[in-house]
Design a protein around this ligand. Structure first.
Ligand SMILES: Cc1ncc(C[n+]2csc(CCOP(=O)(O)OP(=O)(O)O)c2C)c(N)n1
Ligand SMILES: [Mg+2]
Length: 540
């Protein structure tokens, strides 16, 4: 039997949101969305508020990424929504099921110049899977349910609804939506079988697994497929940690050796974009396994490209009935390269330099981070080093900005991570440049008792831009920041705490204090401005 609900637009929206597993709202106040607050307040639905709307959307995205369920941001009409657009775009690139609910000027006098009157849809449509204005309270539950179904259907992504003032403030009634009912899309079995034959028949296959493997809850199936076919696995994005680092098929450092010698490269649940040399692996054949046909690459002709439910595809690979070529020598060759690279990294992570190099920070961090710690990267070179030196031990613990590469995710992601995991370590690795985008939201974290640790790699420059610009032009402009700035004092002024570290030997104790603090704590590490992350392409 279907249940009917009645109430004002905010109450109708919240009832539908609950049915879809939404458990909190991130927001920054605005009268246009008061009914959403009223509904939440009356029913003890948690509201977390921020100091810039970008943080609300990033927080919602972190919840979506970590919990694999919809994250919600409520933004007021006009500037509230426009401030959220970088967050929506990041969610779009990351396939994160984020719902942004926007306020909207009243429809009945549209065009007369109401406060904050603007049509959001043309702005958000290109970066959402669905964007719609809902004109009556009665229609809100249907619209919320349809939007969330779209957001959760692979290939996932953000959705947007806005409610004209009179729609959200007026009373209506509707049927309570049943909640998500998604039927997995089964990939073409012939295409899956041909992918399996290619991998099993390859002499030197490699798997690269990305975020959709985690989001699609296919981590166990990935491991089973890799083990059944004995294929070395590299990961990126939310796929990191899918195989624990000690697993015999888990690799991270030997990527260059692997990709330049592989004869079949299997890319699963991540696009063939700049992070993967646009899918060009020389002579190697490419198998691209995606969660929806829309994700097949237009610029590459893979040898096989099964599209559909990743669990189903990976299970079929694991169950491949045909012969397999022995890959043991290949795995051993990569293990030798991996071990050599690890030994080099270990030296760098222990280096006693003055000023401190970023590698040493990660060396010290590795000693204090728990296996289930959530680490968040927001910055340039400092975060590239994080990617290199930190090895997530579990999937769903590593938050990078993804291929959109938007600076400013830091405090929003931290808020979403802390709300998700109240008892785990949450550690933000932040460039000093990146700090400028969201550090004010430490105030939100302090006020709402959401402690996190922030480690700033303070080189006094926009390092990832300064070094390439110098290499290209022999000079640089617009690339300097105030050297040795006391970001720890900013956090102190906002009600948290922190300290500045200039000597490598002081790092360990400072990090201990940070994780014990129980309030947002910033460790401001003065790092070597001459240190540039070595990259093959100098453009970012
Ligand atoms: C919103 C946004 N603005 C600008 C950039 C371009 N950008 C990428 S990395 C970077 C430098 C980051 O500097 P910092 O956070 O200090 O890290 P560092 O490279 O110095 O370690 C910039 C400006 C971007 N990716 N996103
Ligand atoms: Mg910097």
């Amino acid at each position: 039997m279907t249940e009917r609900i009645e109430g004002h637009g905010g109450e109708l929206a919240l009832a539908a949101l609950r049915a879809y597993g939404v458990r909190e709202m991130f927001t920054l106040s605005g009268g246009h969305v008061f009914p959403l607050y009223d509904a939440a307040h009356k029913t003890d639905f948690p509201i977390y508020d921020v100091r810039h709307e970008q943080s609300a959307v990033f927080a919602a995205e972190a919840v979506a990424k970590l919990q694999r369920r919809p994250g919600l941001a409520a933004l007021t009409a006009g500037p509230g929504v426009t401030n959220g657009i970088s967050g929506l775009t990041s969610a779009f690139f990351n396939a994160s099921p984020v719902l942004v609910l926007g306020g909207r000027a009243p429809q009945f006098r549209w065009g007369s110049g109401s406060l904050q009157e603007m049509d959001h849809l043309p702005l958000v449509a290109p970066v959402t899977k669905h964007a719609e204005t809902v004109f009556s309270a009665d229609d809100i539950p249907r619209a919320v349910a349809a939007a969330l179904t779209t957001a959760l259907t692979p290939h996932r992504g953000p959705v947007f609804l806005d409610f004209p003032l009179e729609a959200i403030f007026s009373v209506g009634d509707a049927e309570l939506p049943a909640g998500p009912q998604l039927s997995p899309l089964e990939a073409d079995p012939d295409e899956v079988a041909s992918a399996a034959r290619l991998i099993a028949g390859a002499a030197r296959p490699v798997i690269i697994a990305g975020s959709d493997v985690w989001t699609g809850d296919a981590v166990d199936e990935l491991r089973a497929a890799a083990e059944a076919l004995t294929v070395p696995v590299f990961t990126n994005g939310m796929g990191r940690g899918a195989l624990p680092p000690e697993h015999p098929l888990a690799f991270a450092k030997a990527r260059r050796v692997a990709l330049s010698n592989a004869d079949v490269v299997v890319v699963i649940g991540t696009p063939l974009d700049f992070r993967l040399s646009f899918g060009d692996f020389g002579e190697a054949q490419v198998v691209h396994i995606v969660d929806a046909p829309s994700q097949r690459a237009g610029h590459v002709q893979p040898a096989a490209a099964p599209a559909g439910d990743l669990r189903g595809i990976l299970t079929a690979l694991a169950d491949h009935p045909g012969d397999r070529v022995d890959h043991d020598d290949w795995v051993a060759q990569l293990r030798t390269a991996e071990d050599a690279a690890k030994a080099r990294d270990a030296e760098e992570m222990a280096a006693e330099t003055d000023p401190i190099r970023p590698a040493r920070i990660y060396g010290e961090l590795r000693k204090v981070l728990a296996r289930d710690a959530v680490t968040i990267g927001d910055g340039g070179d400092f975060v590239s080093y994080a990617g290199r030196y930190l090895e997530p031990a579990q999937p769903g613990t590593w938050l990078d900005p993804g291929p959109y590469g938007c600076l400013g995710t830091g405090m929003g992601y931290a808020m979403g991570a802390r709300v998700t995991h109240p008892d785990r370590q949450v550690c933000v690795l932040m460039g000093d440049g990146a700090a400028g985008f969201s550090l004010m939201d430490v105030e939100s974290l302090v006020r709402q008792k959401l402690p996190v640790v922030i480690v700033v790699g303070n080189n006094g420059i926009w390092g990832l831009e300064k070094h390439p610009m110098r290499a290209m032009y022999g000079y640089d402009v617009a690339a300097d920041l105030q050297p040795e700035l006391r970001y720890d004092r900013v956090v102190g002024a906002l009600g948290g705490a922190g300290e500045t570290v200039a000597k490598a030997t002081e790092l360990g104790p400072a990090l201990q204090r940070a994780f014990d603090a129980g309030v947002p704590y910033l460790v401001n590490v003065l790092t070597d401005p001459a240190d540039a992350y070595p990259r093959s392409s100098n453009l970012a």
